[in-house]
Design a protein around this ligand. Sequence first.
Ligand SMILES: [Ca+2]
Length: 95
Amino acid sequence: MAQELCQSKKGQLSRIDSEEMKNFVAKHLNGKELWINGQKNNDGVWKYLDGTNITVQFWIEDEPDDSGKCLRVVSEGGWRDKACSKSYGYICEKI
Ligand SMILES: [Ca+2]
């Protein structure tokens, strides 16, 4: 859903794929948690939404704890797995 909304603006759900991106996003979160690009497939492997491999991961402590198949960014730019059905804000990036 969030990905479709990003694509409708000629972008995609943001990938946090580097320390720089992680720090950039963390700076603008203001305490929010937002959907980012990434989903766990049926084999339990996390991939970007286009199916490519996630090569660098930024899980926060005690995550992923198998609480969902979608990816959310929390303060400091770290990741948390969450149920995809939850309605939440999201971050797009230009491609
Ligand atoms: Ca979780």
